[in-house]
Write a protein that binds this ligand. Structure first.
Ligand SMILES: NC(=O)C1=CN([C@@H]2O[C@H](COP(=O)(O)OP(=O)(O)OC[C@H]3O[C@@H](n4cnc5c(N)ncnc54)[C@H](O)[C@@H]3O)[C@@H](O)[C@H]2O)C=CC1
Ligand SMILES: O=C(O)CCC(=O)C(=O)O
Length: 388
């Protein structure tokens, strides 16, 4: 019986992927084979030795200690694109909320609850001028990060009649294909900020992006910028934002990563972390995360990992062993020599690498015993071995 430890609310369509005959799935397992989670901030102490894989049902993996996982041979997955549409739709709401007095107008109407019915229409008509706004059509939107979400947002904004400028120095070929050729390319962040009425952020929280919207960036922005952050709170330097809101450089800030510092600011709209909170996105992410875990636990295949190479080998016959090692010469040949010395025949093998990590799937003719697994683990530079 394999064991999956969950954190957060995971959609049942995803959990149902684990057959009850072969898997135990619960939020209370102490020695799991794998972890399935959403935004829970996972500390290294919550990852026991038994864990071989972690799946993040979502895009951002800044809640998982990736480097430590890699060193321990723990494969970390995410679910690229599975919640992109949900975030795109909330960005649309953010664009509208920052352009029209929707939220404030609703508050105003609620405040008229005690008004006599025959007076209500008169009061509403009298007060409405305070909540008028501007249209999106014809305005310029800057999209920072043109991955699954950013590309969706950029294409949607073109449909709304906006002019769209994108910035992404590391855009993937796949993402570039998804993007409309009408999206203009900014050479750098400063150039994008200086030209846009609205800017929406869709980058991961990594060293290069933390605090990227700082006082220098905001000083170069078009005055009255409407800034949307549905990526991660730490991408915006909140102290710098407070100043920019005060001096009018930023006209509106909408985010689903609330900050205590911005609570009382009338120009700020803060939501709970709701970008991916739709039935559809939660199901897509849970199903994709569960499928990836199952294929890894049962076959050693890796798809959509953020720290290990993509690898898949068809299962035909024999017994499967996988191992991970430092990506240096001679490790594979040393393992094969060891198997030859033990008179074990290899049926098939596949080896892939990514940065400092190499990973091998090996199908052999006889069932691997503990002696064989220990011998492979002892080969210099091998740091993880598993009989699958
Ligand atoms: N509010 C919410 O509920 C959600 C928030 N997110 C956040 O949105 C982020 C993006 O999600 P996806 O689009 O699915 O990821 P993705 O990986 O498809 O796209 C991220 C893009 O950012 C680009 N990028 C990286 N560094 C950059 C930089 N310095 N400047 C400009 N571009 C840069 C990458 O090249 C990539 O194209 C996630 O990492 C997560 O933090 C994702 C889903 C839901
Ligand atoms: O699971 C969630 O609700 C959060 C989604 C998210 O932030 C992400 O996918 O990066």
């Amino acid at each position: 019986m394999r064991k999956i430890r969950t954190y957060n609310q995971i959609a049942s369509r995803g959990l149902d992927r684990f057959s009850r005959d072969s898997y135990e799935v619960s939020s209370e397992i102490s020695q799991p084979d794998a972890i399935l989670l959403r935004s829970h901030k996972l500390s290294i102490d919550e990852i026991p030795q038994s864990v071989n894989a972690i799946a993040r049902a979502g895009a951002g993996v800044n809640n998982i200690p990736i480097d430590e996982c890699t060193r321990e041979g723990v494969v970390v997955f995410n679910t690229p694109g599975a919640n992109a549409n949900a975030v795109k739709e909330l960005v649309l709401a953010g664009l509208l909320l920052s352009s029209r007095g929707i939220a404030e107008g609703m508050q105003y109407v609620k405040g008229l609850a005690d008004t006599a019915p025959e007076q209500l229409n008169k009061e509403v008509e009298k007060g409405k001028k305070a909540y008028s706004g501007v249209e999106l059509t014809g305005k310029v939107l800057g999209v920072v990060g043109l991955g699954a979400i950013g590309a969706n947002v950029a294409n949607m904004a073109l449909e709304l009649g906006m002019e769209v400028i994108g910035f992404d120095p590391a855009i993937s070929v796949e993402a570039a294909w998804r993007l409309s050729s009408d999206v203009q390319r900014a050479e750098n962040l400063a150039s994008l900020l200086s030209r846009c009425d609205y800017v929406t952020l869709h980058v991961p929280a990594i060293d290069a992006t933390r605090g990227m919207i700082n006082s220098e960036a905001l000083a170069g922005a078009k005055a009255g910028l409407k800034l949307l952050n549905f990526a991660r709170g730490e991408i915006v330097d909140t102290d710098a934002l407070v100043v920019a809101l005060e001096n009018g450089q930023v006209g509106r800030y909408v985010s689903d990563f609330p900050s205590q510092l911005l609570m009382a600011n009338d120009k700020v709209m803060q939501l709970p972390h709701l970008g991916a909170s739709t039935v559809e996105a939660e199901e897509n992410c849970a199903v994709m995360g569960a499928n990836q875990l199952i294929d890894f636990l049962e076959n050693g295949n890796i798809k959509n990992s953020v720290n290990f190479p993509q690898i898949r080998m068809e299962r035909t016959k024999g017994y499967r062993v996988t191992f991970a090692n430092d990506n240096v010469p001679k490790v594979l040949s040393n393992v094969l020599a060891l198997l030859a010395d033990m008179n074990i025949n290899v049926i098939d093998l596949l080896n892939k690498s990514r940065n400092d990590v190499a990973y091998t799937i090996l199908d052999i003719e006889q069932a691997p015993d503990n002696e064989l697994l220990a011998a492979i683990a002892n080969v210099e530079h091998v740091f993880h071995v598993r009989a699958v």
